[in-house]
Design a binder for this molecule. Structure first.
Ligand code: ZN
Length: 475
């Protein structure tokens, strides 16, 4: 279970394509100038493939002060940059400290003619101090107000770690591809480059996603000359509601935990899962509640004693590091968990008194020793050999420990298993419904997670509930 803690925080990629086409100033202008906005990478700025291989999140530490200085620019444009940069700070828990020209600064803004771009998030830290990290290629004292807003807010979005929206997996742009190829050929791009820079979309399997938002400031315009049927996305010039909500999740203000806020209580139950006392609609969405999670759903989840949460999907797992407030890069299960050679995990439970983790897959299970960092001798075993009576219950979907019991979920049923007596308690199985698990409107469960006792998470597909075992209700 040794994992690389070298700050390899994984993606929170809402989107990503390293490139931004830009029509100068006047939207009605017939001859358009092209300016590339690049999310600059320290090692390579050429193309998506290099970048996606890394897929590491670039976010700053929540609450951090980021020092910024100008390498050039009139007092007027400097003032405009400061003004529009601060739009993000209404929602993000960060501080921008604009320092004197001769002082050291993390972010160094230049106004060299040409492209506008910024390095992504903490990549800024690895740029030589003699270089600029952000550039505005066309802003001048004559630039329109809207132009300052559009470009500055966008570039500062990159600086905060955000990437382009147009590569969202749900993007459906009816490109007229030949026209797009011809257009970019004029600036020397071959078809392959256009494919990777303009048409590239992430798959649901590897990306992260709040809902696709065509109003995002991180979306570039799509001129109707490049599409079929007059489809068009105009320039976005201000933060969208999704932008605001998203950045507030990444850099939450106050003491709100980054992942979740298990503090409210007293939810009510409605027809579709209800709402919380504060009006939040249940069930919650996985991608927004666990923002940045690189899995579309979860097969199994388990909490380690040290506050690390492991989540499993297919042959991979990911760790949520509570202290780092970040996901570490997905790894293969067999690589990270010695002796766990299942192609997928159906369910996992952490048994505190013995410091073991049980992994279930199909009709087998293994017992993993945390101290030894390997599977105990003699495993895998058949579930029926170790868990008396469970063979009749069928394949396990999810499980969690509760005191000296284990709850197992399978299809639309669940049982309570007595660990000490090694048998299913009387009266089980029962149906999974809104009465037996008050407020949970799932007909089956993919995964459960003991967060901090008595809080249990119930996952199904891309949704989840939080359940308070003591209060016997969702919240
Ligand atoms: Zn950009």
């Amino acid at each position: 279970m040794k994992e690389n803690l070298n700050l390899q925080k994984t993606l929170i990629l809402r989107f990503c394509v390293c490139f931004f086409v830009f029509f100068c100033a006047n939207f009605t202008q017939k001859t358009v100038a092209q300016v590339v906005c690049t999310e600059r990478m320290p090692t390579s700025i050429d193309g998506v493939k290099t970048k996606t291989a890394g897929q590491t999140a670039k976010f700053w530490k929540n609450g951090q002060t980021i020092t910024i200085k100008f390498l050039a620019g009139s007092p007027f444009v400097r003032g405009k940059v400061q003004q529009y940069a601060s739009e993000w700070l209404k929602y993000a828990n960060l501080k921008f400290e604009f320092v004197a020209d001769d002082a050291p600064a993390i972010v160094r803004i230049d106004f060299q003619q040409g492209g506008s771009y910024s390095y992504l998030g903490i990549d800024n830290l690895s740029i030589p101090a003699t270089d600029h990290t952000m550039n505005y290629g066309w802003l001048t004292d004559q630039s329109a107000e809207q132009e300052f807003s559009r470009v500055v807010v966008h570039e500062f979005g990159h600086m905060l770690g955000l990437i382009h929206e147009q590569a969202h997996p749900d993007v459906e742009i009816p490109w007229d591809k030949e026209k797009v190829y011809a257009y970019y050929a004029k600036q020397g791009w071959d078809r392959q480059k256009v494919d990777s820079q303009v048409f590239y979309r992430y798959s649901h399997e590897v990306t992260q996603y709040s809902a696709y938002d065509k109003l995002s400031i991180m979306h570039y315009a799509v001129p109707k000359e490049h599409t079929i049927g007059g489809f068009e996305i105009k320039w976005n010039t201000v933060l969208s509601e999704t932008d605001k909500a998203f950045i507030a999740r990444i850099y939450p203000k106050g003491n709100t935990p980054t992942v979740t806020n298990p503090t409210t209580g007293g939810g009510t139950t409605g027809t579709n899962g209800g709402t919380t006392a504060s009006g939040e609609i249940l069930p919650r969405n996985l991608a927004t509640g666990w923002y940045g999670i690189p899995f579309p759903k979860i097969d199994a989840a388990v909490n380690y004693p040290n506050g690390q949460t492991y989540m499993f999907y297919g042959s991979e797992y990911i760790r949520w590091d509570y202290n780092e407030e970040a996901y570490l890069t997905p790894k293969s299960i067999s690589e990270g968990w010695k002796g766990v050679n299942f192609s997928k995990i159906d369910a996992a439970i952490y048994w505190e008194s013995t410091q073991k983790i049980y992994f279930f897959s199909g009709d087998e299970y293994v017992r993993y020793d945390i101290a030894e960092e390997k599977v105990d001798r003699g495993f895998p075993m058949k579930i029926k050999s170790g868990w008396s009576g469970m063979e009749e219950f069928g394949k396990i979907d999810a499980a969690f420990p509760w005191k000296d019991k284990v709850y197992f979920f399978s299809g639309n049923k669940y049982v309570r298993f007595s660990f000490t007596d090694n048998r299913i308690d009387e009266g089980y199985p029962k149906n999974i419904n809104k009465t037996t698990w008050k407020g949970i409107n799932f007909d089956k469960i993919d995964a459960t997670l003991v967060w901090k006792s008595p809080i249990i998470y119930f996952f199904k597909g891309n949704q989840y509930y939080r359940f308070d075992m003591n209060k016997d209700s969702t919240f």
